[in-house]
Structure formats: structure tokens, C-alpha cells
Design a protein around this ligand. Structure first.
Ligand code: FPP
Length: 263
């Protein structure tokens, strides 16, 4: 019987790789079979803070450190694309103060991390409806996107005011518009043509999706693009996510046989 010993208690759970050192895990990764695109649902910030009797927003602040480390490690490993779910279309329903904090944090992070991204050859891309973001955030983002190339050795793709259903609906509308204008013929609409209207046009589909915080759901993230992605869920809260957890996720991914619906 195949058993795994995933512990769902609080702390730096190490799952089935418990006992292996960071170096051993790194050495075990097959560099020829890395996921090209890793996507992350960074969950558990609020619970991380609450456990420490801190305001929820402190969890988001602490989450920036985990994101920084993850970007660094992806760059070191040679992963080509990293997409992170930073703010969903549903997140507007949170208390005004938390939404305001997240927007402020976003601006600070852009300002502080931009030179580091440039220095380390990390490209930046944003997916989602930027139109609804506060004008100040939109302006800073637009500026940032001008200074950092969209494609680099590693491309960091930030999902901001993003929702999978909204993305698909928007793509359908744009495509219908092009059909009406006679730019696209109905018989030419196939999956590739449709995908070219998504925010992620040009990006390969994620191979591996990591969700921290222990919930087993997709939460409206990349609904079209995740069709054949491998899921890896950890109870670790996002602010506690470290390079060892990423190594574990990649090793687990490499043990799986991807069949894409075939046998
Ligand atoms: C989910 O945790 C996390 C978010 C909604 C925001 C993620 C944002 C960051 C990690 C900040 C850094 C990122 C950028 C790009 C500025 P949650 O609040 O839902 O946690 P909970 O499930 O414990 O309540």
C-alpha cells in the first residue's frame, strides 16, 4: 500500500519528504523534467496572522517574503514561468480596510522589488482586469510593466483582479466581436484560437499548481489553463512557504505520470 504521511497540524509541515535535508531534496530534482510553468494559489495569510494574534493584514505583509523567496528559487532552478494569484475578483468583498491594505502593499512591492526583478532577469506580466484597480495602482503598474520586459529567463505573472470565469467571458466577447467584424471565421475557432483571447495568450499552460493553506479547491483560478495541470496542496500557510516546500512540490510532480487523457 502506498502511504503518505501528510500532517495537517500547524507549523512547517514537511509531508512525505520529512527527514530529507534541503540539499538532498534539491539534489533529487531532475533538472531535465522541471515544470515549465508553476502557478500558485497563495492562501492562508489571514490564518497565519490570526494564529499569531496579529491583524490579518500582517499575514499579507509576511506573504511578500515568501513570494520573494519563491521567485528567487524558481530563477535558480530554471523554471520559466511563475504565476501567482495575488488578488481575485472575489477579493473585493473583503473588508474595505483589508482591500486598501492589499492595494497599498502591491504598490510598495512593485516599487521595492522592481530593481531586483530587473537585476535578476525576471520578466513581469499582469493578468486580470486592471481597469477596476484604483487609478494610482494602475498607473504604477503600467509604469512598472514598461520598465520590465514581459518575457525573460523567468517570467513572473501576477494575477490581479483576476477571475477565471470573468477571463473566459471576456475572451468570448472579444472573439464574438472579431467574428462580427469579419476578422475571424466561425470555422476557424478552435481551442488555440480561443486561448489567444485569454489574458494568458502566449503563456504555456501551468504544469504544476501549488495551493498553500490546505484547501482543496481551484477558487476560480486559471479555469481554462489548468485542464491538465498537476495539483499539489500543502497545509503550510503561504507566509511559511519556503524553498523546501517548492522542492517537495517539484519532486512530487516529477514522480507523477502525466497522461493528458491518454492511457
Ligand atoms: C490569501 O490569503 C492571500 C491573498 C488574498 C493575497 C496574497 C497577497 C500576497 C501574498 C501579498 C504579496 C503579493 C503581491 C503581488 C503584492 P487569505 O487572506 O485568503 O488567507 P486565509 O485563507 O487564511 O484567510
Amino acid at each position: 500500500m502506498h502511504t503518505t504521511s501528510v500532517s495537517y497540524s500547524f507549523g512547517q509541515e514537511r509531508g512525505q519528504w520529512n527527514g530529507a535535508s534541503e540539499e538532498q531534496l534539491l539534489a533529487a530534482i531532475d533538472r531535465q523534467r522541471l515544470p515549465v510553468h508553476v502557478a500558485i494559489i497563495m492562501d492562508g495569510n489571514g490564518r497565519w496572522a490570526t494564529r499569531r494574534s496579529l491583524p490579518r493584514v500582517e499575514g499579507h505583509r509576511a506573504g511578500v517574503g515568501a513570494l520573494r523567496e519563491t521567485v528567487e528559487v524558481c530563477g535558480q532552478l530554471g523554471i520559466r514561468y511563475l504565476t501567482v494569484y495575488a488578488f481575485s475578483t472575489e477579493n473585493w468583498e473583503r473588508p474595505e480596510q483589508e482591500v486598501g491594505f492589499l492595494m497599498e502593499l502591491l504598490m510598495t512591492v512593485i516599487e521595492q522589488e522592481l530593481p531586483r526583478l530587473c537585476e535578476h532577469g525576471v520578466g513581469l506580466r499582469v493578468i486580470g482586469d486592471m481597469g477596476r484597480l484604483p487609478a494610482q495602482v494602475r498607473e504604477r503598474l503600467t509604469e512598472a510593466l514598461k520598465t520590465v520586459p514581459a518575457e525573460e529567463k523567468l517570467t513572473l505573472c501576477v494575477a490581479l483582479n483576476y477571475g477565471g470565469r470573468a477571463e473566459i467571458t471576456r475572451a468570448a466577447r472579444l472573439l464574438a466581436h472579431d467574428v462580427m467584424l469579419g476578422k475571424v471565421r466561425l470555422e476557424d475557432i478552435d481551442e488555440a484560437a480561443f486561448a489567444s483571447y485569454l489574458y494568458t495568450a502566449g503563456l504555456p499552460d501551468p504544469d504544476l499548481v501549488i495551493r498553500t493553506g490546505g484547501e482543496h479547491r481551484i477558487s476560480n483560478f486559471l479555469l481554462w489553463q489548468l485542464a491538465y495541470a498537476e495539483l499539489w496542496i500543502t497545509p503550510v500557510y503561504w507566509p511559511d512557504f519556503r524553498r523546501v516546500h517548492l522542492y517537495e512540490a517539484i519532486l512530487d510532480y516529477q514522480r507523477r505520470q502525466r497522461r493528458f487523457g491518454r492511457i
